[in-house]
Design a binder for this molecule. Sequence first.
Ligand SMILES: Cc1cc2nc3c(=O)[nH]c(=O)nc-3n(C[C@H](O)[C@H](O)[C@H](O)COP(=O)(O)OP(=O)(O)OC[C@H]3O[C@@H](n4cnc5c(N)ncnc54)[C@H](O)[C@@H]3O)c2cc1C
Length: 400
Amino acid sequence: MMYHDVAIVGGGCVGLSVAKHLAERTDLDVAVLEKEHHLAAHQSGRNSGVLHPGFNYPPDSKKARFATEGTSRMKKYCAKHDIPCEELGVLVVAQDNSEEARLDKLAEQAEANGVEYKLLDSQAEIHEHEPHANGQAALYAPEAASVDSQQYVYELAKEVREAGVDLYTDYEVTRVEQTVDGYHLATSNGHFEVSYLVNAAGLHADEIAHQVGVGERYQVVPFRGEYYEVRPERADLCQTMIYPTPNPELPFLGVHYTRRTDGKVIVGPNAVLAFGREAYDNTEFDPRDLYETLTYEGFRKLLSSKLMIKVAWDELNKSYRKEKFTKASQRLVPDVRAEDLQQSYAGIRAQLVSDDGELVKDPLFVEREDAVHILNAVSPGLTSSLPFGEHIAETLVEKV
Ligand SMILES: Cc1cc2nc3c(=O)[nH]c(=O)nc-3n(C[C@H](O)[C@H](O)[C@H](O)COP(=O)(O)OP(=O)(O)OC[C@H]3O[C@@H](n4cnc5c(N)ncnc54)[C@H](O)[C@@H]3O)c2cc1C
């Protein structure tokens, strides 16, 4: 039996950031339990690696606060720890009048959130930034950056270990039970008794929470996001980052172009129902996870909306038919051809859905006397991870 004051389940960027801030503020004996042998195996290492400076989120929202603060703190963190991070800026392009009107809304949000921006109102101005991007108008936000998220996670892990946190990799938490003075955790490698629990298990956070009667109105529905890489000799099609104007009714940003810190240009992700919480390939499926999703009343209610059926069908097509993915990519960069795109990696988002069929769009954590359950570390969770982890650590410290 192992004993600690605090167990953090999940060693992604959020769990490790909580550990970092607890170690900086307290002398609590903290353990992080991570089921994988290698870190950054799930969301924190399989994403677009973009620091979103906060123009996408309504003023005064948690997302806006965490994203703006997160972007600037993350840049400083990367500079201090020698993690690749490049402030390339992002171009959000509008293809028609309705999208152009939405750009004005983004500009208002940028203004209110203190995010730098410039509105471009012609194709010629767009071409000065991105010679191959297509649009009648655009919002340019110079503070957006590209970061190596895997190196970031490994650096956080190194830092917390040096600060005295025990990081147990290959320890899958299989059962959580509440005891008189804390929690008993059964893992794939032995048992733990702890006084406080932080659930930062990402794609499995709902499963951990449900075991102690928390968050039962919600379930994680996994959405796979697939990427293509632009062949290196055609990588000049995108110099920085090119995004579509977001549709406020949808939780995902849409297929976009990102120049990564290693110089590769990736296109994606789409957003298709994954047939398992960790089914990264579109031929893979986990019968138990799939059954759980298909029989979940929240998911069935979600699919009762005509818009969602249409989106699901379009996204499914992009997953199984390369020509559909290419077409979505050509909307932003008409010069890209199917043969320029090579299949690359995929990530899976832990999309929280409520019993009444709502996609939960805001960060959600549920507090108990001796626990914090992070049920929705929603995108831009990487960008926000430093202030978000700090906030959760402070919440826990108040309980101790
Ligand atoms: C395709 C995609 C693109 C994205 N793009 C961006 C972007 O450009 N910018 C941005 O800011 N955000 C982006 N995000 C969002 C961001 O990646 C996530 O919000 C963030 O990584 C969440 O971190 P996490 O630590 O909560 O989750 P995770 O990284 O999933 O970490 C959870 C950890 O818990 C472990 N775990 C789970 N169950 C157990 C258990 N029972 N026992 C022990 N360990 C367990 C897992 O192995 C995992 O390591 C993207 C996400 C995806 C999927």
